[in-house]
Design a protein around this ligand. Sequence first.
Ligand code: FAD
Length: 527
Amino acid sequence: MEEGKSPNKATEEFDVIVIGCGLSGLTAAYEILKLDPNINLCLLEAKDRLGGRTLTNDIDIGEGQKASFDLGGQWVASSQPDILEILEELNIETYPQFIDGTKVMQVGHDNVIRTYKSDIPSLGSYWGIIELQLFIWKAERLAKEISIEDPYLWEQAQEYDAMTMETFVKNSARTQGVRDTIQAACRSVIGADLDRVSALFFLAYANSAGGVMKLLMATENGAQELRVKGGTQQISEILADRIGRKNIHLEQPVASISQSDESDLVTVKTLSEMIFRAKHVIVSIPPNCITHIQFSPPLSEDRRLLMENMPVGHLTKFVITYDKTYWREKGFSGEVVSNGGGPLLGCSTGPLSVVYDATNDKNVPALVGFIAGRPGVEWHRQTAAERRSAVLNSLSDCFGPWALQPTSFTEKIWADEEYNGGCPVSFGVPGIMFTFGILRRPHGRIHWCGTETSTHWAGYLSGAVQSGRRAASEVMKLRGKNVIELEKLAFRKPYADQSPPYSLPNLLTPVIVVLAIATAFIAVYFL
Ligand SMILES: Cc1cc2nc3c(=O)[nH]c(=O)nc-3n(C[C@H](O)[C@H](O)[C@H](O)COP(=O)(O)OP(=O)(O)OC[C@H]3O[C@@H](n4cnc5c(N)ncnc54)[C@H](O)[C@@H]3O)c2cc1C
């Protein structure tokens, strides 16, 4: 049977059905087949393509030329063993994110655009830097105490789950520049503003990555450290080749899943009324999509509540190509962290949150950035031409007028993507985390994967791979296979054998030196 074609029979029986052909579902199927090449397995995918939240497009860059860029997930890191192992297995190479040069920062009440060259962000005041560092230390210390497996086991869980990240940040930092910096980070990491996210969820999420700083950095071990040659969607395409395209049915959105005590088969129905049955089902779709499937018997109240209260973030990703890396020539790295600046066109801020150099492995010069969180929703109401103009003008303010002359401008609004409805991740709102422990628990013969269910880099490509490995190990263990080696991979601990992206005390060293000199100066001249 060809990929994308429905089966000829009205009902087919399988050992395992995997629902969803993003990275997690395909990894689950791949690992299952490695343990038992003769297993009778099929995958059902709603879209007409593979890869879910990864999407590598050939962009028209003018003069008849095309260049390939990631419009979905793109970065990986040396602290992400699951994705790196899969990349190596599939012979896909990585290359470092370009980070050399001056960085741009626009935060604080004054919305002034500042630049900086070292690791110390330009917040407009030394006190801001100290406050940011104190906040990071506090968040790192708390994150380390909270297990992503069940954050509610933490003794302060209730207190922190009753709190939004906004309150947590306001309680910890008075400087607007610090608050704006953390807001920009939350918008780009989760796709939501601080006031929507449970503080407990955010800290547990950071725990799964091995720390808050790992989420933010493009240096070694940080989430933005490495790019994938040829893009990330090819990972799913190559996995599909290895799984066998005949086992994959595209354009088959699953509408209902039912199981009963009378049968050892689970029945899966698609919107096109196709019926598939299997002994085990792995659901790899994001929480916000699970709520659209009818389950019989119904999901437990805990799980229903959790799925309904894990909204998906909002990211519009833009990739802009140029005929030269103008920013590098002027000594810029291409990195911008911004509060968006002042109100614009009826939106509460301008469009930018973060921007990076996106020059691809074929050396096509490009910048990538996000319109994220609330500004993402507000700018979604504007026309494409207005968004493009606002983004280019903002970049021109940051870097110079050359930014207004791109060779192409491409945007991907993930909120409009059917069967995802947003990105990069579904997050926990306050008051729901007491149900979080159920996320990975099977529902009868139904097992769960998907990056949100991961315990190592949840929300990321690596988390998707880890969760697929875990679901595969659960099913194959039930089928009597030896899964010891797979379990070792699937249950790695996030903090094991990893150093932070950079040494935190180093960040404060220049501040401490300045304070020491000032103190010495005061002592000599005034005492
Ligand atoms: C713009 C953007 C930037 C990102 N940046 C990064 C990054 O730089 N680094 C990183 O590591 N991660 C990043 N991510 C996150 C990363 O892409 C995801 O963590 C990962 O791809 C999730 O894989 P998944 O298999 O868990 O889910 P998905 O990829 O969402 O796969 C789920 C699949 O289920 C299908 N589905 C949904 N409903 C149904 C149904 N009813 N029936 C059948 N199928 C269904 C969907 O169509 C989809 O194909 C980013 C994501 C986005 C969108």
